[in-house]
Design a protein around this ligand. Structure first.
Ligand SMILES: C[S@@+](CC[C@H](N)C(=O)[O-])C[C@H]1O[C@@H](n2cnc3c(N)ncnc32)[C@H](O)[C@@H]1O
Length: 200
C-alpha cells in the first residue's frame, strides 16, 4: 500500500472504532481525495464495480430514492441509475474536486451531486430506500437514520480485504445489527465483496 492508502486504512479503523475522531481526519482526507480526483478513474480496475453490481441483483424491489455516500467521481451512482431507470440518485462527498469530476462525467439528470459529510447527512430520517457505499467509511448511526424501514443498505469494497478503506463483514454485521439492520447477504465478485442489509 502507498502512504496515502495506509493513511486511509488507519483513518478507517480509527473512525469505525470512534466516529468522533473523524473531525481529525476530515481535512487531510478531503485534501487527499481532492488531489486524487483528476486521476481517480484512471486508477480503477475495469471490474471495480463488480461487487456492487452483483449485490444489486439481490435487491427484492427496485429503489426509487437512492443515496451514494462517498460517491467520488460518481461511478457507483451512475451504475445504480442505469440499473434502476425509475430511481433518483444523490451522490454526496466531502471532496469538491471529486464532485466536479462526477458532474463532468454525469450522463443522467436523475443523478445529482452535493457536498455533504457522511457523519452528519443533510437529509431527513428514513429518506432513502437504498443507500450505497463503495469503498467508503461507514458512519453507522447516520446510515441507520437515513435508510427507510424495510429498505436496504449496500456496503461494497472493490478489493476485498486489500481495499485501503475496508471494514470486515463481521464488524459491519455487528454494528448494523445493533442499529436495527438484519437479513444480511454477502456476495463476492471481481476482486471484491459486498454486503446487503435490510433495515427492520
Ligand atoms: C476511496 S474513495 C471511493 C470513491 C467512490 N465511491 C469509488 O468507489 O470510486 C472514498 C470517497 O469518499 C469520500 N469521503 C470520505 N469520507 C467522507 C465523509 N465522511 N463524507 C463524505 N464523503 C467522504 C472521499 O472524498 C472519496 O471521494
Amino acid at each position: 500500500m502507498t502512504l496515502g492508502q495506509r493513511f486511509a486504512r488507519f483513518a478507517t479503523n480509527a473512525v469505525v472504532r470512534r466516529p468522533a475522531l473523524w473531525r481529525l481526519f476530515r481535512a487531510p482526507m478531503r485534501r487527499q481525495f481532492d488531489r486524487l480526483a483528476p486521476s481517480w478513474d484512471s486508477m480503477r480496475r475495469p471490474d471495480f464495480l463488480a461487487p456492487l453490481e452483483a449485490v444489486l441483483d439481490c435487491l427484492p424491489a427496485p429503489p426509487k430514492r437512492v443515496l451514494d455516500i462517498g460517491t467520488g467521481t460518481g461511478a457507483a451512482a451512475r451504475l445504480v441509475a442505469a440499473c434502476y431507470p425509475e430511481a433518483d440518485v444523490i451522490g454526496v462527498d466531502v471532496s469538491e474536486r471529486m464532485l466536479d469530476e462526477a458532474r463532468r462525467l454525469s450522463d443522467s439528470t436523475r443523478v445529482t451531486y452535493r457536498a455533504a459529510d457522511a457523519q452528519r447527512l443533510p437529509f431527513e430520517d428514513a429518506s432513502f430506500d437504498l443507500v450505497t457505499l463503495n469503498n467508503m467509511i461507514p458512519f453507522f448511526d447516520e446510515l441507520a437514520r437515513v435508510v427507510a424501514p424495510g429498505r436496504h443498505l449496500v456496503i461494497a469494497f472493490t478489493g476485498g480485504s486489500g481495499t485501503p478503506i475496508y471494514v470486515p463483514p463481521e464488524r459491519l454485521r455487528s454494528a448494523l445489527g445493533a442499529r436495527g439492520f438484519a437479513e444480511f447477504a454477502e456476495v463476492s465478485a471481481g476482486r471484491g465483496t459486498a454486503l446487503l442489509a435490510r433495515k427492520s
